[in-house]
Design a protein around this ligand. Structure first.
Ligand SMILES: NC(=O)c1ccc[n+]([C@@H]2O[C@H](COP(=O)([O-])OP(=O)(O)OC[C@H]3O[C@@H](n4cnc5c(N)ncnc54)[C@H](OP(=O)(O)O)[C@@H]3O)[C@@H](O)[C@H]2O)c1
Length: 329
């Protein structure tokens, strides 16, 4: 597996995002999820991404179980914290207060069955708490040995600069794909200026850009995609037409739509690590194939002609969740 560098951290060129193994995209099979994590590690993936709120702690315990018979030190565990939920599993805001940081971390360490987290990051910037305070609290946890590196998630340019002034930041985790190119104008240049890498999520636009999504696919009410603006009505028709254009380019190069979409992100820079959200070995194997795709400049231009920048219809998140994105301000 090729490697990439995120700030001072070296990881595999692809990371595995484990979110979909804990209900965010409807039910997942636990045995297959663990087999998928094992297959990813066996293929050389070293970066596992999770959030303490994915399945209300379920995702961290799944990773703990998957790593039970593996060498923990060979794995980079990236954890997001700070999202609040209620007993109905509804989203209830964010908490970046220093005391909350220490509390979230203590629970995550216990659930993961480890004494340290490799990259710890607030899932969203908490507008009620100066980012210096949140990052300062994580920095104290670095000093104490509970955390190795600090990351950010969905932060905008000003927050990135303010955070980096407190402590070195290894990466910004943010949505980046052919359908979500918002970071290119301001955020990516700021990260590059400061030596901060990108872990790109949603590289398949949550499955929409995978080539496997169909107009008539039904998802449960608890699946993010039931509310995702890009999956609704005319937006979906428009976006699936883009996917069909991409399919034409991908097939003419002998690769799948998902592989073309992941390979495009991989080609955007050595400081970008796509997080693939596979929850089955079959999907994982397809995603891994993207590492072997050698697109020429001409191929990349054809891909971008099929899916031009800003061509997606619909926001990345429902309106209420868009409001939490510091990166979209
Ligand atoms: N920082 C943040 O705010 C944030 C937000 C979201 C996610 N993330 C992280 O980023 C990771 C990836 O995000 P994502 O799951 O939305 O990414 P994604 O790769 O865009 O979407 C993953 C979904 O695409 C479908 N898919 C179809 N073909 C696939 C293939 N060959 N390989 C992988 N998936 C395929 C799967 O859905 P089906 O199984 O239904 O086919 C899968 O669950 C998450 O697991 C999480 O760790 C971070």
């Amino acid at each position: 597996m090729r490697e990439r560098t995120l700030g001072s951290l070296t990881t595999s060129a692809l990371g595995l995002g484990c979110m979909s193994m804990s209900g965010m995209y409807g039910p997942a099979d636990e045995t297959e999820s663990i087999a998928t994590i094992h297959a990813a590690l066996d293929a050389g993936i070293t970066l596992l991404d999770t959030g303490d709120f994915y399945g209300m702690g379920h995702n961290e315990m799944l990773i703990r179980d998957a790593l039970r018979d593996r060498d923990r030190d060979q794995v980079t565990i990236s954890v997001k914290f700070g999202a609040l939920r209620d007993p109905g599993q509804n989203w209830a805001g964010y908490d970046g207060r220093p005391a909350a940081v220490r509390n979230f971390l203590a629970y995550s360490l216990r659930r993961l069955g480890t004494d340290h987290i490799d990259v710890y990051r607030m899932a969203r910037v908490d507008p009620a708490v100066p980012i210096e305070d949140t990052i300062g609290a994580i920095a104290e946890m670095v000093q104490a040995g509970h955390v190795r590196h600090i990351g950010l998630s969905e932060a905008g340019p000003e927050a990135i600069r303010r955070a980096a002034a407190v402590h070195p930041i290894v990466d910004l985790q943010i949505e980046y794909s052919l359908l979500s190119r918002g970071i290119e104008k301001e955020i990516l240049p700021v990260c590059r200026e400061l030596g901060i890498g990108i872990t790109a999520y949603g590289v398949l636009s949550r499955g929409l850009l995978s080539g496997h999504w169909t107009r008539d696919r039904k998802v449960g009410a608890d699946d993010f995609r039931a509310r995702g603006p890009r999956f609704q009505g005319e937006n979906l028709d428009h976006n699936l037409a883009l996917v069909e254009a991409l399919r034409g380019v991908a097939e003419s190069r002998g690769v799948s739509v998902a592989q073309a979409a992941i390979a495009w992100v991989l080609a955007r820079g050595e400081d970008i690590v796509p997080l693939v959200g596979a929850r089955t070995r079959e999907r994982l194997n397809e995603a891994l194939g993207a590492l072997d795709v050698a697109f020429t400049e001409e191929d990349l231009a054809a891909v971008e002609q099929a899916v031009p920048a800003d061509a997606a219809a619909g926001d990345r998140y429902p309106t209420a969740q868009m409001a939490h994105l510091d990166s979209e301000r």
